[in-house]
Design a protein. Structure first.
Length: 135
């Protein structure tokens, strides 16, 4: 004889699935919002050269998972030279060279915002969980 389904257990399972989905979606949205804010900060901190190409190359790329965001600066627009002698002047600006002192913009911006970004993520997740705990 089959047991009658327990409605409380079914309701709890449904709520848990909804909570997981909402926490995930809200966390990914907050992660992207924090990354966008960090990019804006980096763009204000980057030294402006003749072309301004370096600021335009600061960007966000999706990582291997939806929960991973990769911030990058440089690339084809900031690469100087050809073949073996080519270098990306984004790195030269950030870390300096033998001839040019460093003018860091990328990592100092990250270090400045790191704790605030973590706190914002925690607040967002807590807010989503609390929304469900009140129901």
């Amino acid at each position: 004889m089959a047991r009658a389904p327990n409605k409380s257990v079914e309701a709890f399972r449904k709520l848990t699935v909804e909570l997981q989905r909402d926490v995930f979606n809200d966390a990914v949205a907050e992660l992207n919002a924090q990354a966008d804010g960090l990019i804006a900060l980096m763009k204000t901190a980057v030294p402006r050269g003749k072309t301004g190409h370096l600021a335009n190359t600061i960007r966000k790329e999706r990582g291997r998972k939806e929960t991973v965001v990769v911030l990058k600066a440089g690339g084809a627009d900031t690469t100087v030279g050809r073949a073996a002698g080519a270098y990306d002047y984004a790195r030269a600006v950030e870390f300096g060279t033998e001839k040019i002192p460093a003018h860091p913009f990328f990592f100092p911006s990250y270090r400045l915002r790191r704790q605030a970004m973590k706190s914002a993520m925690k607040r967002k997740i807590t807010k989503t969980v609390k929304k469900y705990s009140a129901e």
